[in-house]
Design a protein around this ligand. Structure first.
Ligand code: SF4
Length: 315
């Protein structure tokens, strides 16, 4: 089961494609302390702890505090996803020491970062992203964001990141738009090209294999919000879902929990509730096209896995 801490709703970027509701709410020391008590009191099967922000490194010290004081009865892997501009050697050293899976979410080259990411000092920050990616390439993973607009350059962008010596990729197609047939064809064509590239070089890892979610659009888990509420979906981070928070909230970190959240019926009911909200918020075209995106991504993952297993056996 995943546990997600939402550390802040703020971000130092305003990317054009970003669906996240941004404001100044951030988690506090008191909420962190109480959340750790809550986790100590309960027995969840937590194997992953993810730090979301919008830019989680705006709250670097809180990440360190949570990891340091995380109840010892759990033994999770920790994950931080960042736009990389606030990274420093100190945090890299901490991540290495604590075995944190650190992911940089990047678009591709400097020009494209400038185009998509609305920055105060764009050019410098964009160069910073590329520089940091290259500097820490042997340690980090990269989320390659694929929007419908950039799907035509998907392979070129992958190659750009690969040439920075990144070897751990998570491909992240945008889920909140209507993918036209042309965009879907591009997506499929370039996934095939990436697979062929892998077959020639065998030297990058596909992080998607660890992140698989059965449901398009959202992940399920324990989501601790900045105001001590607990949800079961990270969709509450989106603009479209802010208004459903009251409907989706499960508990607070002060509550005693009397239901088994790994129970199938509980999960099915919650998924049904979310699915109904998705149907209200998105057109059927968007929801259907997202299924195709998922199908293309899943086929790619399966083919990668099959080829990789064969290759490993032959060694
Ligand atoms: S860096 Fe991430 S969270 Fe921040 S605006 Fe861009 S996509 Fe959104």
């Amino acid at each position: 089961m995943e546990l997600i801490y939402i550390l802040t709703y703020n971000c130092n970027f305003r990317c054009k494609y970003c669906d996240v509701y941004k404001h100044n709410n951030s988690i506090s020391e008191d909420i962190i302390k109480q959340s750790l008590i809550f986790l100590e009191k309960n027995n969840f099967e937590i194997n992953k702890v993810k730090f979301f922000g919008w830019e989680p490194l705006l709250k670097k010290d809180f990440i360190k505090d949570i990891i340091k004081d995380f109840p010892s009865k759990y033994n999770p892997n920790f994950f931080v996803t960042t736009n990389s501009t606030l990274i420093d050697q100190n945090f890299i050293n901490f991540s290495k020491k604590k075995n944190i899976n650190l992911t940089f979410s990047i678009d591709w080259d400097v020009e494209a970062n400038i185009e998509n990411r609305i920055l105060e000092t764009w050019d410098n920050l964009s160069k910073n992203i590329i520089r940091n990616t290259q500097k820490y390439a042997d340690f980090i993973r990269v989320n390659q964001v694929i929007t419908s607009k950039n799907s035509k350059d998907f392979f070129k962008n992958f190659k750009f990141i690969y040439d920075l010596w990144v070897r751990n990729f998570n491909f992240l197609p945008a889920y909140y738009v209507n993918w036209t047939k042309t965009w879907l064809k591009d997506l499929k064509k370039w996934f095939d090209e990436i697979l062929n590239f892998y077959k020639s070089w065998n030297d990058f890892e596909l992080v998607n294999l660890d992140n698989y979610s059965e449901i398009s659009f959202f992940n399920l888990g324990i989501i601790i919000d900045t105001d001590w509420s607990i949800y079961w979906t990270n969709l509450i981070l989106s603009w479209n879902f802010e208004k459903y928070k009251k409907e989706l909230v499960l508990w607070t970190i002060f509550d005693e929990i009397f239901i088994d959240i790994s129970n199938k019926i509980f999960i099915e009911n919650y998924i049904n509730k979310i699915s109904k909200i998705l149907e209200k918020e998105y057109s059927s075209e968007v929801l259907i096209s997202v299924k195709y995106v998922d199908l293309i991504l899943n086929n790619f993952c399966n083919e990668y896995k099959t080829y990789r297993n064969k290759y490993m056996k032959s060694m």
